[in-house]
Design a protein around this ligand. Structure first.
Ligand code: F6R
Length: 243
């Protein structure tokens, strides 16, 4: 794993965004894996600014999102479909038909997951963007998830629901389940960039990098991947030893 530590979230975001901009410039038909949540927001703003300034085109990329809440319609204000459209897709020239986000609003979730896995197998991700949960989750692969898991329906950890309650009006409104790419899907990406900022991520970041490769910290699976770049601010890097 390559670890890059920045003084602040703005610097981190600018540098992480370059990974995507350079990838899309070198291959306009790149397959990009997107994440939601607070961590990649700065990166998405940088992509939007760059698009306005330099016209970097996303017209021919294919996108896959990591996850989606189960049981809420894609037009719900907290669906990840809505998040991606509001915070990135509507500001750039991505083609809607090239956008893939698992549906959590289906009566045949098994079929939905199978179809997502098939599409991912056919279109390997060039760069996957990740955040990390305080419990070490990546996507919604909570502690205990098998490393050979593929897209599946999950029960959200209570702590994950509590962490995400900030986006809802109450904890009761936070869905209890989600659909997520599995750890194997994530490891199949050619490159992974993971973003973490803030002291509340420091323990998870430490376990991901220095802990044993173990299901208790899903992000530790990334130690088995040979092309991972971790973008940290100095607060999230606080527990790491100085090189
Ligand atoms: C989001 C996702 C999650 C988040 C993680 C961190 O699509 O899969 O793993 O990346 O929960 O969330 P934030 O960035 O809000 O701290």
């Amino acid at each position: 794993m390559k670890i890059k530590v920045f003084d602040n979230y703005e610097e981190l975001s600018k540098n992480a965004a370059l990974e995507i901009i350079n990838q899309v410039k070198s291959n306009p038909e790149s397959v990009i894996g997107f994440a939601t949540g607070s961590s990649p927001m700065g990166l998405y703003n940088e992509l939007i600014n760059d698009y306005k300034l330099n016209n970097t085109s996303y017209r021919n990329i294919l996108s896959f999102n990591l996850d989606e809440y189960f049981g809420i319609d894609r037009n719900h204000s907290q669906s990840y479909y809505h998040f991606m459209h509001t915070n990135l897709f509507k500001h750039i020239d991505i083609d809607d038909k090239n956008v893939n986000i698992p549906s959590g609003y289906t009566n045949n979730v098994k079929l939905e997951c199978e179809a997502y896995n098939k599409k991912l197998d056919k279109n390997p991700i060039d760069v996957q963007i990740l955040g990390i949960g305080r419990n070490g989750h990546i996507g919604f692969n909570e502690p205990g998830t098998k490393f050979d898991s593929v897209t599946h329906q999950v029960e959200l950890d209570e702590n994950t629901r509590i962490d995400n309650a900030r986006f809802f009006s109450s904890l009761e409104e936070v869905p209890t389940q989600a659909v997520t790419m599995g750890i194997k899907n994530i490891l199949n990406s050619k490159k992974v960039i993971l973003i973490a900022s803030g002291e509340n991520k420091a323990d998870a970041v430490y376990s991901m990098i220095n802990g044993p490769v173990d299901q208790s910290c899903p992000a530790s699976a990334l130690q088995m991947h040979d092309n991972v770049v971790v973008f940290l601010d100095k607060f999230a890097a606080k527990k790491l030893k100085k090189a």
